[in-house]
Design a protein around this ligand. Structure first.
Ligand SMILES: [Zn+2]
Length: 168
């Protein structure tokens, strides 16, 4: 029996390259967005599923792989039925500079019509985080735990537009 499903491999045989090796771990569709959401405080399966709008089986598979790769850690917050929350390991937190760089790159080359939907700020002083992961206000070199996301102008406008659409 044949079907039309194209199964994409997630490895890059023949590539002797650290970027390819990184992509084998986090390059699957949704994986980095899951890491982003967990970094932003979404921890539970349903929260992640709702926020991403991803199919449950796909989310489950991606979470499993991220745990297997020691990027996420699963901790039970309820028993019978077992329910888990996801936390980033140190290895997962080390993806922060990559996410910051991708965010800045997207804002620069694929900007939304109303500006950036999300800004990252230094928790301590409120300064904007640069694409190099430093604080533009105080100059400190930052790590994942030093920063937090705040809604940007693009998100505020998008929310207003969604409300306007819903009110029609
Ligand atoms: Zn600062």
């Amino acid at each position: 029996m044949c079907n039309d499903h194209v199964v994409l491999r997630n490895d890059y045989p023949g590539q002797i390259c650290s970027i390819a090796r990184s992509l084998e771990v986090v390059g699957e569709r949704w994986s980095l967005l899951i890491v982003r959401d967990v970094m932003n405080g979404r921890r539970r399966f349903d929260e992640l599923q709702k926020g991403l709008g991803v199919a449950r089986n796909v989310l489950s598979a991606r979470l499993g792989r991220l745990v297997e790769e020691d990027i996420l850690e699963r901790r039970a917050y309820q028993r019978r039925p077992d329910r888990y929350e996801y936390f980033l390991t140190e290895k997962g937190l080390d993806l922060w500079p990559a996410l910051v760089a991708l965010l800045a790159w997207g804002d620069r080359y694929s900007p939304g019509p109303n500006g950036p939907p999300m800004l990252i700020v230094h928790k301590e002083c409120g300064g904007a985080v640069s694409d190099r992961g430093t604080c533009e206000a105080c100059g400190k070199v930052l790590h994942a735990r030093d920063a937090r996301p705040v809604p940007g102008p693009g998100l505020a406008k998008a929310a207003v537009n969604a409300q306007a659409l819903a009110a029609r």
